[in-house]
Structure formats: C-alpha cells, structure tokens
Design a protein around this ligand. Sequence first.
Ligand code: RB5
Length: 152
Amino acid sequence: MTLRIVVGGDNAGFNYKEALRKDLEADERVEVVADVGVQDPQDQTYYPNVAVAAAEKVARGEADRALLICGTGLGVAIAANKVKGIRAVTAHDSYSVQRSVLSNNAQVLCMGERVVGLELARVLVKEWLGVQFDPQSSSAAKVDAICAYESD
Ligand code: RB5
C-alpha cells in the first residue's frame, strides 16, 4: 500500500518542508506528494492557513496523511486540528511518532524546524511511513471516543 502525502509549512518551516518533501518523493512507499506551500521562504503566509489547507485535503480524502512544519510544530497542529475529522500531533521522538499512528490514528504529523535536527526529522518521517493504524486494535475504540466529541 502506498500513501498520498500532503506537505506544508510556513516560512519558519520552509527548509525542512523542502528537504522532507524530497525524501518523500524518493520513497517507494509514497504514491504522490502534494505541496500546499509556502513555496518561497519570504512568503509570510500565516501557518494556520497552510495547515488548514493541508488538513482539508486529508479530510476530503484527497490525501492519506499530512506532514506540516513550522517553527515549533505547535501552531500547525493546533490549526490542523480545527478541521473536522483530523487528528494532528506534534512529535519529535520515535516512540511518539509511532504511537501517533498506532494509538491515535493521527493522519497529520507536525514538526518544528527550530526544535529538532534535520537528520532526526528525516529518520522520524521514514519511520512514520512504516506504521499503519490497525482498526482491529484496542486503540480503535479510544479513537472513536475522540471522534464522538466532534459536532456535526
Ligand atoms: C513563526 O510564525 C512561528 O510562530 C511559527 O512558525 C510556529 O512556530 C507557530 O507555532
């Protein structure tokens, strides 16, 4: 199974977004990468606008997952989580990245360019591609409980 990934970030996440997009494009587990910007490090588009654009692609079923980068990885996660059906997390360690999928069925991984080293971020994204949520697992009911708090 291959993944359709959408990447995005603000100017503070531009360098990592570019590097990680190239890694994703070269990974055989990735079917296609869509880039919602920013495309220029001088672009001052606010991080919530980029994050929501990416999250909406996932929510509409146009992508399986999103990778979002800002300075901290925090603002993009907060914004992406405003989109109904989206579970976005900020994670900079291997265990949390894995559990974000296995425990939380999070479709959106957020990282901070000012927080984590680029080489670690690259390794974490590779690991992220290798984990899949199991809807038969004991975590499924807990994810359903999250979803139950979403209003129509
Ligand atoms: C820069 O605007 C910085 O605040 C942003 O990239 C992000 O870290 C916010 O959470």
